[in-house]
Design a protein around this ligand. Structure first.
Ligand code: GLA
Length: 387
């Protein structure tokens, strides 16, 4: 049994005094490219990573829900009859929000039994690697099994997104949950966020001698506050002024008209989304035709666009990207929602220690707190674990 399976089982047994009915897990994700495009009905290209959240879960005979985790002392209890977004808060809003959201997608919450769940995870929190989507996706697959629901993976991604939007209060898109639910080892998920059509594209990093290095700046971010929501509002405003239902309906040929119609800030927000959608398509095509060593320039261009047009980078992310490139990475960019979190650096295997040392000493020289650097691999999405 893996360590997390073991600790989740032990945690369940000590909090609830019996064995769980089963274990389910879901991974965090990293986004290779396609940032702030998901809620604009655009394209994203994330992959599930080899850091997971495991939930141990058992049904009750009454209507009570009890949730506990390795990252909080408290056990939160709530009746299924009181399950509304307004009643939820803190860390337990993630698992309880999913139970509520399943009700919005057809589960009959008036008849299902209550449950107990213990959550353990090795997805770093606050690093932009979707620790929250990992919880949501793991709970979603577990409850789908034990409540015997007929919901496919794209639907469960929408369940997780609804939980995040309504129970947690972060106006995020569909990318993170989709990656966590649909990911596969050695592949990334090319997702059309309008149709929810998903295609697994082999990455081939190993064969090309490449690693994806995560540089967690440890600058914390929260998407339920400020910047994320204001970027989303700018995009919606830009789409309205351009006369389209979402920015997905525009492409690089519309940039000249956008430049005439929009104020400078809105224009730059819109230009980021339009060019980022194009970069996702270009990355997928380049991977297929030339392999991963050829995608570096697209990653670099994505970072510049987020730094200058979308303005969601911070000095620590810019430094991480700049030093990683200068010390041997073939491409680098901030990843995730921005305002902190992590950068990624696509790096030749042999240069990982060199890039790591260079970034660490550059952070110290600038007086920034020490970053956390580690390599991630593309892993399988959410699944039931063998006990
Ligand atoms: C966060 C959100 C996603 C997506 C990214 C930016 O991770 O949860 O839905 O919008 O930011 O690409």
């Amino acid at each position: 049994m893996s360590d997390l399976n073991h600790t989740a089982t032990a945690g369940f047994e000590s909090r609830f005094g019996q064995s769980p009915a089963g274990l389910w897990s879901a991974p965090g994700r990293v986004n290779l490219i396609g940032e702030h495009t998901d809620y604009n009905d655009g394209f994203v290209f994330p992959f599930a990573i080899d850091r997971r959240t495991v939930v141990a879960l058992g049904l009750r005979t009454d209507r009570l829900i009890r949730v506990a985790s390795s990252f909080a002392e408290d056990t939160v209890e709530l009746s299924l009859d009181d399950l509304t977004p307004e009643n939820l808060g803190g860390w337990s809003a993630y698992p309880l929000g999913v139970a509520w959201a399943l009700g919005q997608f057809g589960a009959d919450l008036a008849v299902v039994p209550g449950f107990e769940v213990f959550i353990d995870s090795d997805v770093p929190i606050g690093a932009g690697l979707s620790s929250s989507a990992a919880i949501e996706s793991a709970v979603a697959v577990a409850l789908t099994d034990v409540w015997e629901l007929e919901l496919d993976r794209p639907m469960l991604a929408r369940v997780g997104q609804l939980a995040e939007n309504r129970a947690v209060g972060a106006p995020t898109g569909i990318m993170d949950q989709s990656a966590s639910l649909l990911g596969r080892a050695d592949a990334a998920v090319f997702l059309d966020c309008r149709s929810l059509d998903a295609e697994l594209i082999p990455l081939g990093f190993d064969a090309a001698g490449l690693e994806l290095l995560i540089i967690d700046t440890r600058v914390s971010h929260a998407h339920s506050t400020g910047g994320y929501a204001s970027r989303r509002a700018s995009c919606e405003n830009g789409a309205r002024l351009m006369g389209v239902s979402s920015l997905r309906d525009l492409d690089v040929n519309d940039l000249a008209r956008a430049g005439e119609l929009l104020d400078d800030e809105t224009f730059r927000r819109v230009r980021h989304v339009i060019t980022e959608n194009q970069r996702v398509l270009d990355t997928v095509r380049t991977l297929r035709e030339e392999g991963p060593t050829a995608i570096g320039a697209l990653l670099d261009a994505s970072h510049v666009s987020m730094r200058d047009d979308f303005e969601i980078s911070v000095p620590e992310l810019d430094l991480a990207v700049e030093v990683a490139r200068a010390s041997g990475a073939i491409g680098a960019r901030m990843t995730g929602g921005g305002f902190g979190g992590a950068a990624i650096a696509l790096t030749p295997h042999a240069l990982v220690p060199v890039v790591s040392a260079a970034v660490t000493s550059a952070f110290a020289a600038r007086g920034f707190g020490a970053p956390d650097l580690f390599v991630v691999r593309a892993a399988d999405g959410a699944a039931r674990e063998q006990a």
